[in-house]
Design a protein around this ligand. Sequence first.
Ligand code: SF4
Length: 213
Amino acid sequence: MLTVNEIFHSIQGESTYTGEPCVFVRLTACDLRCSWCDTPYAFYEGRKIALDDVMTQVEAYECPLVEITGGEPLLQEDVYPLMERLLRAGHTVLLETGGHLDTGKVPAAVGKIVDIKCPASGEADKQHWGNIDRLLPHDQVKFVIQNEVDYQYARDVVSRHGLAKRCAAVLFSPVHGVLDPKVLSAWVLRDRLPARVQLQVHKYIWGPDVRGV
Ligand code: SF4
């Protein structure tokens, strides 16, 4: 049984899978409160759904790519059997996690997208740094960047941990409507940083405040 906020079919707006059709399973609840969080409705809203029914809803979209997100999906123990079942059904499975909970039980075949929280989020001190050692070549790391202090923090973490060599992509995402992507891009180019600047494409397709897309 999982507490689910929403299950929907959309275009993947982030990561190296940007632009691909994807089914999103958004689980309810998060124990962080990032200052720029764009899914606060997932903190409490949701209903309990049996795993079989989650699978039925996902399969109805006939889509090979599935992302489990939140909220913080690793707060619910049944997320692990869900990942196993999706993998067994032949899906490419992505997991978006806030980075503060241990990813050690996530199946190796799942593509983890692990956040590293920067200072302006207000949650940087919660980071579970051991997750960096668990990154696999197909995983990705994401920094949401609000200002230059965040950028410098992210740049130093990328360099200190050699992140570009540990995973498929280091994603730098400007806080939508706050940090101009041109400014972030100029910083990345200036510092010759091995990072991928990404925009949240779904917000450009459907608008920044539209849910379920
Ligand atoms: S970890 Fe994600 S869901 Fe939780 S507060 Fe931060 S951005 Fe929002």
